[in-house]
Design a protein around this ligand. Sequence first.
Ligand code: PBG
Ligand code: MG
Length: 353
Amino acid sequence: MTIPFARPRPAFLEPSGRQDASSRLDLAQRPRRNRKSEWTRRLVRENTLTAADLIWPIFVMDGSEARTPVSSMPGVERLTVDEAVREAERAAGLGIPAIALFPYTDPVLRSADGREALNRDNLVCRTLRAIKAAVPHIGLITDVALDPYTSHGHDGLLDVDGRILNDDTVAVLVEQALVQADAGADVIAPSDMMDGRVGAIRRALDAAGHIDAQILAYSAKYASAFYGPFRDAVGSNGCLKGDKRTYQMDPANGIEALREAALDIEEGADMLMVKPGLPYLDIVYRLKETFGLPTFAYQVSGEYAMIEAAARNGWLDGEKAMMESLMAFKRAGADGILTYFAPRVAEKLAREG
Ligand SMILES: NCc1[nH]cc(CCC(=O)O)c1CC(=O)O
Ligand SMILES: [Mg+2]
C-alpha cells in the first residue's frame, strides 16, 4: 500500500548519512542556509549589544568601605559612597556610558513628606559629587520620586485619606530635581508618574540655568509586581502601604502608554523609559516606532531576580539567559537597557570582543 505524500526512504536511513535525492523538498528558499555556521550567523545578525547600550543602576547607602548584599537580588550589593566611586571607575573602564543612582535611606530619615529628598547633602547628592570628582566622564542619572524618602513608601505626598496629591507632589519633585542637578546629575529621571511633572521640571531646570540637564521620562511605568526586590534594596518594602495603581499604569493598557509618552515629549522629555522591560517589549516597540526618541527599557529587579534564581538553581544557563534577554530589548528597538547585569555583560563583551 502506498501512503500519499509519504517518502519511500527517510533520509536518516541512508547509510552514507547523505540525503536521498528522492526525499529532497523542492524549496527555493531555505532560511537555514544563512545560519549554517558561526561566520554567516554573525554576518546576517540584525542587532548587536555593546557596552554602550548599558545603564547600570546601583544602590547606595551610608557609611564607608562597606557593601551589603541585597538578599532578593543575588549578586547585587548596596554600596557606600566610596565603594560606589570604585564601581563607577570600573564601569567607565568597561565602557558603560552611565550609572543610575538609587539610595537606601536610613528609616530615621524617612518622613511623611519625604523631605530628605531635598537635603542638598543627602546620600544621592554626596554620591553625585564624589563620582563627578573621581570619574567625570561617566553619565550620572538620578531618580526623581519620593519613595526612598517617605515613611509610607509612596512616590508622592498623601492627603489625610491616603490619596496622592498630584500637584503638591510635582512642586516637591521640582525641588528634588533641582537639588540633584545642582549636585551634578547629568540626567534627571522622573519615575514617579505624576501628571505634569516633566514640564514643571523642565521649566525649573531651565530657569536655574540647567539648560543641558537631560530629562529621561519614565513615561510608561507600570504598577508591577516585578519591583519587589528593588523595594527590598531601597528599604521601602516594609513601609509601603497599599499599592501604586493610582499613578503607575495598568498592565492591561498599551495605547495609554502612547498618550503618556506624547505628553512627556510635549512637556520636554529628551528620552523615554519603559518599565518593567521584558514583559513590556510591545510598549518599547510602539514608543520607538511612534516617536523615534531615544527609548530605554528598565530590566527591573524582579526580572533580574528571576533569571538569577533560576540560574543559581541550575534550571537555566544564567549567562545565556542574560544575553538573550538583553538582545531582546535591542530587537524591540530599545536604544539601551537599564540592567543590574550591566558590569557582568560589559565584562563578557570585553572578554569576547
Ligand atoms: N520610584 C520608584 C522606583 N524607581 C525604580 C523602581 C523599581 C526598579 C526595579 O524594580 O529594579 C521603583 C519601584 C517602585 O515604583 O516601587
Ligand atoms: Mg505621565
